[in-house]
Design a protein around this ligand. Structure first.
Ligand SMILES: Nc1ncnc2c1ncn2[C@@H]1O[C@H](COP(=O)(O)OP(=O)(O)OP(=O)(O)O)[C@@H](O)[C@H]1O
Ligand SMILES: [Mg+2]
Length: 446
């Protein structure tokens, strides 16, 4: 346990030095700040194993700090330390997910308890929490409204339809609803309707009896039966063919399924969540999706915003993925430089959060120092496109000059590889070559 990092948020100088000494003796690294705002900045920019904070703090109080931390890093254990034993506050803190509440003065014994009972155990426990794996990281106002609505409707039986571009977190959102529902201890079964040919999809959904078709060697339960009393995610529902759509509609109306080759219907109680990243209304207009099924599925609709519309989440998400891949890849990257965050903020993010996750996974592996900088993100082709775009906005040079700059910049970025540079610039290699000849001739003429 030696070397674990504690963030101590304490405004009283005497208490502060006392605790720091004690924790240092025990072999922990301690960072100290005197107010909630600074504490949150520290947490956003670095990794800690435990936060110990006073309740009454200047600028941002302990409870607000706890709420903010929980949004960024749900599994980080937080202990409150307070001079007065305010029961109300203690209860509130615990309800909001604080690990413990300790009354000052901190005795040597208390610190020992923290060490032996809590520190080692809390970290191990929290890291392994299944919910932590499906946490939705956001501070965006629109997303928070959607999450609030999701929690409010989680208990109902009504079908839910989640729309959003690819990689916006639709599946994660569906799990979130399941985890907040009273079905949370029952199965969550997901099926991707675009991944299977239609006959297989039908038997996957409804199951089959032995010998009901060539290859049906034994009886098989369908996903509907497996999801009984739980939630079923019908992912990419718009890809389902029209005949199967009719069968699904019947299941939703009757609340029973027919196994392929079966003789009697089987009652099922399943909460349906469907998703799509296509324009479903256009599909209805084109006759590819049944309107009546759509109305059955779309009882409670959610539209998840693309990442470009929630750029304020970028630093949090980036930091979250650094933590995730530090853990998975056994790395110890401490965070991102400001320049790296700036660059992330400017990217188009067509692939949304999934693309950001991929970029961060790679950056964690590429990072040589403590912090991910622009270079660690830099070899991603799109980053270069952003760099190039940024350069083209430099004012007060002629268009020709600007063009030359952009071309050399692209060549710089690709270590002189003309094919890739031309690709980034969106011109042919031949045009690039002509331009370079033109510059050379000009130079020679001067
Ligand atoms: N707010 C978020 N916080 C943390 N992780 C997120 C968030 N949003 C998305 N992710 C992560 O991004 C990845 C993509 O999310 P998910 O699979 O839920 O997206 P999707 O909308 O279903 O994508 P697709 O349409 O491509 O199936 C997952 O690894 C998910 O955990
Ligand atoms: Mg998905």
């Amino acid at each position: 346990m030696r070397g674990k990092k504690i963030l101590l948020v304490e405004s009283d100088a005497t208490d502060r030095s006392l605790m720091v000494d004690r924790f240092n003796q025990l072999g922990y690294q301690v960072s100290v700040v005197g107010d909630g705002l600074r504490a949150f900045e520290k947490i956003a920019g670095d990794h800690y194993d435990l936060v110990m904070t006073e309740l009454n703090l200047p600028h941002m109080g302990g409870i607000d700090l706890l709420k903010k931390i929980k949004k960024v890093n749900e599994s980080l254990p937080i202990i409150f330390i307070s001079a007065q034993a305010g029961v109300t506050e203690a209860v509130e803190a615990m309800k909001l997910g604080a690990y413990d509440f300790i009354v000052k003065p901190l005795t040597v014994e208390m610190i020992e308890i923290i060490r032996s009972q809590l520190f080692d155990r809390a970290i191990a426990l929290d890291r392994g929490k299944p919910e932590a794996k499906f946490a939705i990281i956001t501070e965006n106002a629109k997303m928070n409204r959607l999450l609030q609505e999701a929690r409010e409707i989680a208990h109902s039986q009504a079908a839910i339809f989640i729309q959003g571009e690819s990689g916006t977190g639709k599946e994660l959102f569906a799990r979130y609803i399941h985890n907040y529902s009273n079905r949370k201890d029952r199965p969550f079964v997901a099926i991707n309707c675009s991944a299977l040919p239609e006959t297989l999809l039908e038997s996957e959904l409804f199951g089959h009896e032995k010998g009901s078709f060539t290859g049906a060697m034994s009886r098989k339960k369908g996903k509907f039966e497996l999801a009984n009393h739980g939630t079923m995610l019908l992912d990419e529902i718009s890809e389902m063919n029209i005949q199967l759509q009719s069968k699904l509609l019947r299941v939703l109306q009757e609340r029973e399924i027919d196994r392929i080759g079966g003789t009697a219907p089987i009652p099922v109680d399943v909460r349906i969540i469907a998703t799509t990243n296509t324009d479903i209304e256009k599909q209805i207009r084109d006759g590819k999706f049944r309107e009546d099924l759509y109305y059955r599925l779309n009882v409670i609709p959610f539209h998840l915003p693309p990442l470009k519309d929630k750029r304020d989440d970028m630093p949090l998400l980036a930091r979250h993925f650094v933590e995730k891949y530090n853990r998975l890849d056994k790395r110890n990257v401490k965070g991102l430089t400001e320049a790296a965050v700036d660059l992330l903020m400017q990217m188009p993010w067509k692939g949304n959060v999934r693309e950001l996750e991929n970029v961060m996974e790679r950056a964690v592996l590429m990072c040589k120092g403590d912090f991910i900088d622009e270079k660690d993100l830099g070899s991603h082709e799109k980053m270069r496109a952003v760099e190039t775009a940024r350069l083209t906005t430099v004012p007060s040079v002629s268009l020709k000059e600007m063009e030359k700059k952009v071309i050399f910049h692209a060549l710089d970025q690709t270590n002189g590889n003309r094919t890739r540079a031309a690709d980034i610039l969106g011109i042919s290699v031949r045009t690039l070559r002509n331009k370079l000849n033109e510059y050379r001739e000009k130079m020679e003429a001067q």
